[in-house]
Design a protein around this ligand. Structure first.
Ligand SMILES: Nc1ncnc2c1ncn2[C@@H]1O[C@H](COP(=O)(O)OP(=O)(O)OP(=O)(O)O)[C@@H](O)[C@H]1O
Ligand SMILES: [Mg+2]
Length: 405
């Protein structure tokens, strides 16, 4: 089976998916804007061929280049697991005359307003929302919904340019900060606990599902440097408080006609116990959440995705054995990382429950906490008991300090 895979080397998780494809016997035809020489040697071993294009985002030219490059070879699938490339992948499918998601079917996954319009029409509980291109349209929508609201780009990612608005001063501040964003969505602000609902599907059938609990919400983590955010994959997703999110997510998959591949959804559980839909990506989650899923099942979902795509089934035991949480650390201070405080003590106490400690090395410059989801390091903790797993995560969140300067 020949699979065209767009951007096999970036972002960080992509080489794992590329390896997964190669392991299930696919010939991976990679296309990316990284020069071949810049690719990791291990990634190169997973690729049967590679096309370097200068500008991946000149979508029509890239689709034409792929068409010419694959002439005379049979291509079975075109895949892209990186959200900005989803429309490109659909255009390549059209250029090659291949089945799979079309541009039109992909649009709701890339435009938050189209997404919510389709979902609201299908009866999915989601926030009220309104597209806005001028400051006055933003003000009018805020007036109509009543505060608090949230303002964010229609094609946002990583909570960038996302502003919660609780009063008039917040609104004016957000408007001046949003000067360079051409189009935003204004949404009713949903107060609640935020979770993911992630799936791997084949031909419309859900083969694997996961719910992770964000502590705190990505927005709160994005606004407060001192926070060590945690995402915990739950072992028990049958509990009613969690099952309501799965039901909502299944409704979304049906409404959008999703068939094959990884999806990543976000939903809120309000204080009243209602599930409200946040958003869906037609791609795996980033920020090491697939790793956390793997540690929750002792499985390999990078390969699992490849099995789903190439064989329509996953031949692994995907039962969840653990709750598995990933904790993200941000260094304290500026400049270079100089010490890890508390790590030895934590590892001596809890090491058997900690399969991953991946911290920026001593001497490395600390990262920009606003633009990096991982920050200066990530740790995975796991335990069959949820409360114990949360306590383990909290210990690493509060007692491990990465010092810079
Ligand atoms: N209507 C809302 N009510 C409350 N909080 C919201 C709302 N919309 C977004 N948020 C918060 O802002 C975060 C980012 O918003 P959203 O998920 O829509 O954008 P994104 O930038 O695409 O996210 P991602 O980080 O998943 O790429 C959400 O995870 C949530 O914490
Ligand atoms: Mg999101």
């Amino acid at each position: 089976m020949n699979v065209v895979l767009i951007s096999p080397g970036y972002p960080a998780e992509m080489p794992h998916f590329t390896r997964g494809l190669a392991e299930v016997g696919a010939r991976v035809l990679g296309v990316g804007d990284q020069p071949r020489e810049a690719l990791d040697p291990e990634l190169k071993r997973s690729l049967a061929d590679y096309l370097h294009v200068r500008n991946l985002w000149d979508e029509d030219a890239t689709a034409r280049a792929i068409h010419a490059w694959t002439k005379g070879r049979s291509v079975d699938r075109v895949e892209c697991l990186w959200e900005p490339g989803m429309i490109l992948a659909a255009k390549v499918r059209a250029a090659l005359g291949m089945p799979g998601m079309t541009v039109e079917e992909t649009l709701p996954f890339r435009d938050k307003v189209v997404m919510k319009d389709v979902l609201a029409k299908a009866g999915v509980r989601t926030s009220k929302h309104q597209r806005a291109t001028t400051a006055n349209e933003v003000r009018a929508a805020a007036e109509r919904f009543g505060l608090p609201v949230i303002v964010k780009p229609v094609a946002g990612a990583g909570s960038a340019d996302t502003y919660p608005i609780r009063d008039g001063a917040d609104l004016e501040r957000a408007l001046s900060a949003l000067g360079n964003v051409p189009e935003v969505t204004v949404e009713e602000f949903i107060e609640g606990e935020e979770h993911t609902y992630d799936t791997v599907c084949a031909d419309g059938e859900i083969l694997f599902e996961n719910v992770a609990w964000y502590r705190p919400t990505p927005l709160v983590a994005k606004l407060n440097e001192w926070i060590s955010a945690q995402s915990t994959c739950l072992r028990d997703i049958e509990r009613p408080e969690v099952a309501i999110g799965r039901q909502l997510g299944r409704q979304v998959l049906r409404a959008l006609g999703w068939r094959t591949g990884f999806t990543h959804m976000e939903w809120f559980r309000t204080a009243k116990g209602e599930a409200v839909f946040g958003e869906i990506g037609g791609r795996p989650p980033g920020a090491r959440l697939v790793h956390a899923m793997n540690y929750s099942c002792d499985a390999d979902l990078f390969r699992g995705w490849a099995e789903a795509v190439c064989k329509g089934r996953i031949e692994q035991d995907l039962r969840k054995k653990y709750n598995a949480g990933v904790v993200f650390k941000r260094a304290i201070g500026q400049g270079r990382i100089r010490a890890y405080e508390g790590l030895d003590r934590l590892m001596a106490r809890y090491g058997e429950h900690v399969p991953v400690v991946d911290l920026a090395p001593i001497g490395a410059p600390r990262r920009d906490w606003k633009s990096s989801a991982i920050g200066d390091g990530w740790i995975v903790v796991r335990h069959p008991d949820l409360q114990t797993c949360l306590a383990l995560g909290d210990a690493f969140a509060s007692e491990l300090r990465i010092l810079a300067g």
